[in-house]
Each structure stands twice: as C-alpha cells, then as structure tokens.
Design a protein around this ligand. Structure first.
Ligand SMILES: Nc1ncnc2c1ncn2[C@@H]1O[C@H](COP(=O)(O)OP(=O)(O)OP(=O)(O)O)[C@@H](O)[C@H]1O
Length: 498
C-alpha cells in the first residue's frame, strides 16, 4: 500500500449495510485487507479488500468480477460475497482465509531454502490452483508466494487458494478459443517471478504463469533466485540479463546441485517448448515435480545411471555426487551395489579409491541406522547441509553475475574503441573532403576559400510515434473485461515489489 499509515476503514464501520469492520489484517501494494462480520449472522467472519481512489487505474472492480466468474468454475478460489462502493472506496467482501505462502519462508526450518518436501507440496498445490484457474479461462499474470493463501477448515483439509486477480486477464473465450495476442503489451507481474516475455512487453499466456510458478518453486527450494538481489534493488536490466542467462541459455546452472536437478531441468526444458496459445501439460509438470522429492525412486534412478553408458562414467558421477552431497548415502550405496561396486573399472588404482569411498558410505549408512538422532539434531544437520549448498550456489551465481558484468564492460570498451575509430575515420574523411586548392581540367589553378565551401547538415528527421492499435479480444458479452486496455491511461504500477 502506498499510503501505509492511513487506514481506509475504521473498526465498527458498516459496509454495504451488512458487514461490520473488525480490524485490519493485511496490506498489499494498492489495497488494504480487513476482517468484518455479517450483522445478520454474527458468526460469519469475512475479509474485506478495499482500494482507495487514486490517479492510477483501479483494479478491484475487475478483480471482483473475476472472483465472481470463478465461483462455479474453480474450487481453488475463496468465496465471493459482495462488491461495491463504500464512500469513495471500492470494496470486495470475500471469504476470510489464512496465511499466505510467504509464511513458509519465515518458518524456522526454512532459513536456507524451504525443506524439499514442503517446497514440492507447495509447488503441486500451486499447480492445482493454476490448472483450474487456466481452465476457467483466465491467466493470472502475478504469480508469487503472497498470492496463494491457505483455506480455512481442519488442518488435514487445508489447501492453497489462488488470490489477487487484479492483473488477471481473460485468455480463453466462452467457446474455449485462445484470445489472439496483441502486438505489444505492458509489463505485468512482479520482477522476481515475471517471465522473460513479461519483461519484453509481449502478450502473456498460460506458459508465462508456468514460468513464474517454476521460478517460485526454484526460489523455495534454492532459498533465493540468482537475480534476487537485482530484483530487490530494481535493477531491471540485470534481472532480464540474468533471466536470459539462466532460463534461456544455461537452464542447468539454475538447478545445478539441487536435489532432483534433472527433473527440475526437465520442467524448464518443457516450458521452453510452449507457445503462446499452448495449454501446459500440467500432469507432466506434476509428475516431474513429484519425482524431485523422490530421490530414491529406483526406476528413475536406474534410467539415469543406465543413460551414462560406461562404468567409468558412472563411477565418476558417483564420486562427484558423493563429494557434492547431491545424493543420499543410501541411494549411492544402492547404485554401487547395483553395478557390482564398479568392479570392472579396469584400472586398479581408481578402483581402490572408489572402493574406499563405498566402504565409507556403507559405514555411514549402518551407523546412521543405529544412531539415535533427535528431531533437533536431524534438523540441525539438514539445515547445515542446506546452508552449505546455498553458499555454494550463491558463490556460483555471483561468479556468473561478475562474468556477465565483465563481459558487458568488455563489450562497452570494444564499442567505445570502435566508435573512436569510426570518429577518427570520419575526421580523416572530412579533412580529405575539406575545400582545398583544386585544379580543373584545362583551366588554370583556382583557389576556393573556405567561405565558398558548402556545408550540408543532415535534415532533422522528426518521427511521431505511430499510433498504437490494440487488438481488443472479442469476448462474449457478459464476460468480465480486463481493466488494462493499452488504450486507456493506466496505473503507474509495475509491481517491482519482489
Ligand atoms: N480473502 C482473504 N483472507 C485473508 N487474507 C487475505 C485475503 N485476501 C488477501 N489476504 C491477505 O492480504 C494480502 C494482500 O492481498 P492482495 O494480494 O489481494 O493485495 P494486493 O494489493 O493486490 O497485493 P499486491 O499488489 O501487493 O500483490 C495477501 O497476501 C493475503 O495475505
């Protein structure tokens, strides 16, 4: 909220003749959230989202219409009660739900990344929300942890709901066809999680929500994204450069060292293949994400080791994973045993080294099985491991940033040198073409004075920006229209709230 200190509603205020305000419970960039109760049924507590009038384009009315439209189409949104004007403010009355997903990060076990099982579970639930949201015909365009909040009810029945549809857009018509893309769009989303296409001002589709989801899942598992610092500092250009580097050129570096890296890589590679109108294969994404957690899935595991082809390659990978602690001891042992502990390595020396490693792992596994570890000890051990892994990743991310910075500086130096050379050439040419004594054929030499020389200045070209035409999607009447048409003046909001 821009005007943080000012409360838009007061406790005890009656809204739309039915809802009495209790207290403020939250704040977004452009809105405030309050609790209220129904005066006709005092046990019914609701949430009120209120948006103050401003010079920027309001979005809460659109959000209310989307929520209303989704009531019968998706079980992953909260219940809609009412919307309308209260004084100068627009309000939306909806079901009161619980904590948002950012709370996962604040948990004591999440200092260096949210534990894998929690990250995967959250990722799967977000996927359920998005699949349902997309199938209802909308794209969200602002996927981030704070836009998923836990439903109420018994702990065992809690699930995440997707919230905040202020930037959502109708993507499918009533007939189920995809709304044609506009030539140019405006930035929509949050810099930390926005897809590259959002940064490039392209029309977004379902695939872009999935990219944001992917970034968010990686953020949970990794503890931070490679561009976290720059997104927070609002270094737009660097964020885009880093996203290009990691998402388009070196996807493997983004997942390197993470548990289930090859499955995470597969997700990214799949997302790269999606076109604007494509419906993502949610089942495939779900399967890949589930496999991330299932480190010891025998079938997948063997498939991976088989693909390595030679025993030598397997032995090398085995040793590397042992060193980087990328696989559990139990799994490493399972692999070693499956391949007869790499006994046909040929050379005796590496074989002995490897065998020594295997024995160590074997001892560790049997010791771990016997040793009693308290919950606290186990948590400490895991945290230490995650912390070390995060430091390593941070180091590698920093090296990439530095090398990109160095490459950029080098490019700038080259460009400056080239420009200087061009300038020198121009000066040389100008000196050659400058008026000087000339001898015309068959005439006596004539001296032309500089005053007689004609100088031509390039005509100033003024270009007026071409009028932008926005392809308005032909949506069935009665369907909510997005508030953001590029033809209208718009909120100066570019959610760089990371
Ligand atoms: N129905 C609800 N019940 C309980 N809490 C809610 C509800 N809706 C939103 N909140 C809380 O309020 C926070 C802000 O809400 P919301 O994201 O809708 O506001 P916003 O102004 O659109 O935010 P931003 O623009 O910063 O993303 C949410 O992260 C959530 O924690």
């Amino acid at each position: 909220m821009q005007n943080e200190e000012k409360n838009l509603l007061l406790a005890g205020e009656l809204l739309l003749g039915r809802w009495k305000v209790i207290e403020k419970i939250g704040e977004g960039t452009f809105s405030q959230i309050y609790t209220a109760f129904d005066v006709q049924n005092t046990s019914l507590k609701v949430a009120v989202k209120v948006e103050a009038p401003s010079e920027m384009k309001p979005v809460l009315e659109w959000e209310s219409q989307v929520l209303l439209a989704l009531q019968k189409r998706s079980p992953y949104v909260c219940k809609y009660y009412h919307h309308g004007k209260h004084g100068d403010n627009f309000i939306l009355i909806m079901e009161l739900i619980g904590d948002n997903m950012s709370k996962l990060r604040g948990a004591p076990d999440a200092t260096h990344g949210v534990p894998l099982s929690k990250s995967v579970a959250a990722g799967i639930q977000m996927l359920d929300c998005l699949e349902s949201f997309h199938n209802a015909g909308f794209i969200h365009r602002d996927i981030k942890a704070s836009n998923f909040a836990l439903s109420n009810g018994p702990v065992t029945n809690k699930k995440y709901f997707v919230i905040d549809f202020g930037l959502s857009k109708q993507h499918l018509t009533a007939e189920g066809t995809v709304v044609p893309p506009r030539e140019k769009a405006e930035f929509r989303g949050t810099s930390m999680y926005a897809s590259l296409r959002a940064h490039r001002r392209e029309e977004l589709g379902r695939r872009d929500d999935m990219w944001s989801w992917y970034y968010l899942v990686l953020d949970l598992i990794r503890g931070e994204l490679p561009w976290a610092f720059d997104a927070q500092k609002k270094n737009r250009e660097v964020v885009v450069e880093l996203k290009e580097y990691y998402s388009e050129q070196h996807l493997n570096r983004m997942v390197d060292g993470l548990p289930g890296a090859r499955h995470l890589l597969k997700i990214g590679q799949y997302l790269q293949t999606l076109a604007y109108a494509d419906a993502p294969n949610y089942a495939l994404l779900r399967k890949c994400l589930k496999a991330v957690e299932d480190k010891d899935d025998e079938e997948l595991l063997l498939e991976e080791w088989e693909a390595m082809g030679t025993t030598k390659a397997r032995a090398a990978t085995w040793t590397e994973r042992l060193a980087k602690e990328q696989m559990s001891d139990e799994t490493l042992l399972k692999v070693a045993k499956h391949y007869g502990s790499f006994f046909d390595l040929g050379d005796i020396k590496p074989l002995l080294v490897l065998q020594e490693h295997i024995w160590k792992v074997e001892r560790r596994v049997s010791k771990n099985a016997l040793a009693f570890q308290t919950f606290g000890e186990r948590r400490m051990r895991e945290q230490r491991k995650r912390h070390e892994a995060m430091l390593k990743r941070r180091d590698s991310d920093m090296r990439v940033r530095e090398s990109m910075g160095a490459a950029k500086r080098l490019r700038q130096q080259h460009e400056a040198a080239r420009e200087a050379a061009r300038e020198a050439a121009r000066a040389k040419e100008a000196a050659r073409d400058s008026p000087r004594p000339t001898r015309e054929e068959g005439t006596t030499p004539v001296v032309t004075t500089p005053a007689a020389a004609t100088t031509t200045t390039p005509a100033a070209t003024t270009t007026t920006p071409a009028a932008t035409t926005t392809e308005q999607a032909s949506l069935p009447t009665g369907t909510p229209q997005p508030p953001e048409s590029d033809l209208q003046p718009r909120r100066k909001r570019s959610r760089w709230d990371a």
